[in-house]
Design a protein around this ligand. Structure first.
Ligand SMILES: Nc1nc2c(ncn2[C@@H]2O[C@H](COP(=O)(O)OP(=O)(O)O)[C@@H](O)[C@H]2O)c(=O)[nH]1
Ligand SMILES: Nc1ncnc2c1ncn2[C@@H]1O[C@H](COP(=O)(O)OP(=O)(O)O)[C@@H](O)[C@H]1O
Length: 214
């Protein structure tokens, strides 16, 4: 083993929910508290919403460009969601795992399923539920980012998205925001303490090395 500190394995923390249940809000809080967790910036063919920046919230690309990337096998996963294509760059995931960095994903159940298949030892999947369908609709209306017909479409698919709850490791009901955030935080902190992440520390101690600051 080199003198360089061995890196723990990174976690791919995948957060999904029906649109409007609060995953963006919860993920933003987690990133604010844990700045070292990377955020997987997806590629999408959907147009930017007001305030969304290319390369920050999404990489906004044309359908042709997206198809080209898919054909070149540049995605770790991709899916059609609400009529638009969304995908995660394979390079982003590979780089994070190689460096032992954690990565947070706001992706749908199709993406979560594909990442679970591809990286079974690294994923932790969290599904955010709204307290009720009525509250989900109110949140979408209050957010005021989508036209009425878009909201209607999102509500229609909410049920079919929630039907995939059983593919997830954890469920969080986002009723009170602080309570929901405490749960997401606890799941992430628990992931940081999974045995494979800290096994090198145990081994170092058993080998008689002084505990090192990593
Ligand atoms: N499979 C997959 N889903 C994604 C990806 N990026 C975003 N999504 C999902 O696409 C859906 C629509 O996202 P968005 O247009 O930002 O709307 P929002 O759900 O209202 O925030 C959400 O369920 C996201 O989780 C991706 O790279 N892959
Ligand atoms: N626990 C909560 N209570 C009330 N409003 C919430 C809560 N969580 C999120 N919201 C609001 O609901 C709307 C949808 O949340 P957002 O995070 O954009 O959802 P998603 O990313 O799942 O589509 C936003 O206006 C957000 O401020």
């Amino acid at each position: 083993m080199s003198s360089e500190a061995p890196r723990g394995t990174g976690t791919l923390l995948i957060v999904s929910s029906p649109s409007g249940a609060g995953k963006t809000t919860l993920c933003t809080k987690l990133r604010a508290e844990f700045p070292s967790i990377g955020f997987s910036v997806s590629y999408t063919t959907r147009p930017p919403r007001p305030g969304e920046e290319d390369g920050v919230h999404y990489h906004f690309v044309t359908k042709d460009r997206f198809q080209e990337m898919a054909a070149d096998d540049e995605f770790a996963e991709y899916a059609l969601v609400h009529g638009n294509m969304y995908g995660t760059a394979a390079r982003q995931v590979g780089d994070a795992l190689a460096a032992g960095r954690d990565l947070l994903f706001d992706i749908d159940f199709q993406g979560g399923r594909q990442l679970r298949q591809r990286f079974p030892d690294s994923v932790v999947l969290v599904f955010i539920l709204p307290p009720s369908l009525r509250e989900l609709e109110q949140r979408l209306r209050r957010r005021a980012t989508d036209a009425d017909e878009v909201i209607a479409r999102r509500l229609k698919v909410a049920r079919s998205e929630m039907a995939h709850y059983d593919e997830y490791d954890y469920l969080i009901v986002n009723d009170d925001l602080d309570t929901a955030y405490d749960a997401l935080r606890a799941i992430y902190v628990a992931a940081l303490h999974q045995r494979p992440r800290l096994a090198h520390r145990a081994r170092a101690l058993l080998e008689g090395q002084e505990a090192l600051p990593w």
